[in-house]
Each structure stands twice: as structure tokens, then as C-alpha cells.
Design a protein around this ligand. Sequence first.
Ligand code: FEO
Length: 174
Amino acid sequence: MIKKKIRDAFNEQIQHELYSAYLYLSMAAYCHSIGLDGMAQWLRVQTMEEMTHAMKFFDHIIERDGKVELLPIKKPKITWKSPLEGFQDAYKHEQFITGRINELVKLSNAEKDYASNSLLQWFVDEQVEEEASASKVVQQLEMVGDSGNGLLMLDRELGQRTFTWPTAKEGEGE
Ligand code: FEO
């Protein structure tokens, strides 16, 4: 059975992951509203990825006979000055999430909760990718600057991103 301290912290992390999904979905709506449907597609895929992150914590609590308690999700920002500003926010947000994951690792070590620790190692690796992918788009948008052609090319490239549901093993932690 999962300890209360860990369970509470994981319930909070579900809230953070669902807020991440909300933030990316809001950014997707913004990109659609300015005609950048490729960037919106990239952000929609990211939204789904965040949902799978939330579900990993959800499943872990359930599997260890804990009680999932969903917490309120605050309203995300709904508009940005530019796609660059949006992706800069995303990058900052991923850095915040990395900090949360690191705190959870510290907690699981202090509580000697090896099962949680194993789950969290997946997130430690994932956050390296999460920060890198947001930071890459920021760099590309900085390079493109005010070029409309460059922006459209980047939009087309980012629109190639697709989402695949994790396999049962990845998704259910079996
Ligand atoms: Fe779930 Fe983007 O971190």
C-alpha cells in the first residue's frame, strides 16, 4: 500500500500534469486562431502526452491501493503575443515540472518507497526530452524571427508530429 505522504504528492502531480495538458491545449487553440494549424497539431499531441503522464501517476496510486483525489485545475493563459512567447512559456513550464519531479524523487528516497522511485526514474528521463523538445521549438522560432515564409515552413514541419497511445506495458505499468 502506498504511504499517505507519497499518495498526496502524487495526487498533486496528477493535477500538475493535467494542468500541463490544459496549458498545451490552450496554446493549440491560440495557434489555430492565428492560422498556424501545424503548431496547433504539435501542441495537441503534447496535450495527449501530458494526459498519459497524469495517467501513470493515477494508475500507480490505484495499483497500490491508494485513493486518487482529483484537485482543481486552474484556468490557463489563453492568448500570447506570438508563438515564440507561447513556446517560451511551455519551456519555462517544463522546467517547473522537472523541479516537481526532482522533489518527488527526494521524497520517495526519504520515505524509502522503491516502487515510486522506479516510476519516477521514467519521469526523470522523460523530463530531459520534454525540456529539449520545447527548447528546440523556441530556438527554431528565434531563428525564423519575422520571416513569414520561415514560420510557415516551421508550421508545416511541426504539423508532422503524431500521437500514439503507449503500449499496455508502458501505459498500465504492468
Ligand atoms: Fe508531463 Fe511535459 O511534462
